[in-house]
Design a protein around this ligand. Structure first.
Ligand code: F6P
Length: 370
């Protein structure tokens, strides 16, 4: 579709929320209104399309300047989001009660044509951008914006949300030093990140953790025990262990809080308590667990994330104006660029084992369990 046909665009936020989503929505709306376009928001991912009756104002809401006033520094998303009900694998209950997965992308295409929407700006992580790519391949004009606190999206230096999550985790770990030290305890801090260890690595180094356990490194807990005992030997009677939720310990499986339901993904969680118990059993030390969990997703975005979000949103509108589709806006310091969605969909950016950040941690004497 050529740029001069863009008149009405829709924005959707999908997957887990991340600080900065509202700043993207705001920047898309303000820059699109500046071009004379009309803007709409789809509620709760694509649920506004599938279940319009759920929403008193309808599943599609018009976004004017006043809808986005003052939201740039507010966490969450004014549109709502969901990380279940993937439209490509949408759960449908059959007459016999069984649940099957259906591809509902045709419903989305019909919705866009019915409402005369020319393009979609979809803001999300791997799952959402994979859906965006499928919609683009089915003929919709789509621009993706990378979001996740996990920082596990490929082809962009970083995603918005990550800096806020790392900053908050760092503050929390800072606070745990004094109480762990006062009680001579081992405190295990579990952080989010899914299958990647970015949040654990960055916050753990920033906050002087003694051990950092991440999914990318095969962890032998005896190494952690040795580190704690070594600290004891020279009079450091406390230790802080940061563990990413997706880490597998001693070659055992990941710790799951819940199996995946139809159209959804498995939920990770519980590894912190397991590590704390194992360390207590092996060292005899008093141990405690702190799970930062969804605290990492809330709150006001940092200046870095607000700026990244604003650059992404405005660049997404510029991409549409230039006639692009099927691309994701990416950060390629010092600028933004555009990468094909099919190079992002279904890929995961893990912590590189030869990267200097990990090496910095090793040089500082941090134990990574290997
Ligand atoms: O992808 C973001 C994230 O917060 C992950 O770090 C975490 O595993 C997951 O979402 C939790 O999702 P939910 O909102 O379903 O608990």
């Amino acid at each position: 579709m050529s740029s001069n046909r863009i008149r009405r665009i829709a924005i959707s936020t999908g997957g887990g929320d991340a600080p900065g989503l509202n700043a993207v929505i705001r920047s898309v709306v303000l820059s699109a209104l500046g071009l004379g376009w009309e803007c709409f928001g789809i509620r709760d991912g694509f649920n506004g399309i599938f279940f319009p009756q759920r929403y008193p104002q309808g599943g599609l809401i018009r976004l004017e300047r006043e809808n986005v006033r003052g939201i740039g520094n507010v966490g969450g998303t004014i549109l709502g989001t969901t990380n279940s009900g993937n439209p490509l694998r949408f759960p449908a209950t059959m007459p016999d009660g069984s649940v099957v997965e259906q591809d509902r992308r045709a419903d989305i295409l019909n919705f866009f044509s019915h409402h005369q929407l020319d393009a979609l700006i979809t803001i999300g992580g791997d799952g959402t951008l994979t859906i965006g790519n499928a919609l683009h391949e089915s003929g919709l004009v789509v621009i993706g914006v990378p979001k996740t606190i996990d920082n596990d999206l490929d082809k962009t230096n970083t995603t918005f949300g990550f800096d806020t999550a790392v900053s908050f985790a760092t503050e929390c770990i800072d606070r745990l030093h004094s109480t762990a030290q006062s009680h001579h305890r081992v405190i295990v801090v579990e952080v989010m990140g899914r299958y990647a260890g970015w949040i654990a690595l960055h916050s753990g180094i920033a906050a002087d953790a003694h051990c950092i356990l991440i999914p990318e490194i095969q962890v032998d807990l005896e190494r952690v025990v040795e580190k704690i005992n070594e600290r004891e030997a020279y009079g450091r009677l406390y230790s802080i262990v940061v563990v990413a939720e997706g880490t597998a310990i001693n070659g055992k499986g990941r710790s799951l809080a819940a199996e995946a339901e139809a159209g959804g993904v498995e939920r990770l969680g519980g590894i912190g308590a397991r590590v704390a118990q194992m360390l207590h059993d092996r060292t005899g030390k008093d141990t405690r667990t702190v799970v930062l969990g969804h605290l990492l997703r809330g709150g006001t975005p940092t200046a870095f994330d607000r700026l990244a979000a604003t650059r992404f949103g405005t660049a997404a509108v510029r991409a549409l104006a230039a006639g692009k589709s099927g691309v994701m806006v990416a950060l390629a310091f010092p600028n933004v660029n555009y990468v094909p969605l099919d190079q992002v969909a279904g890929r995961m950016k893990l912590v590189p084992l030869d990267g200097d950040t990990l090496q910095a941690g090793r040089d500082m004497g941090i134990c990574f369990g290997d």
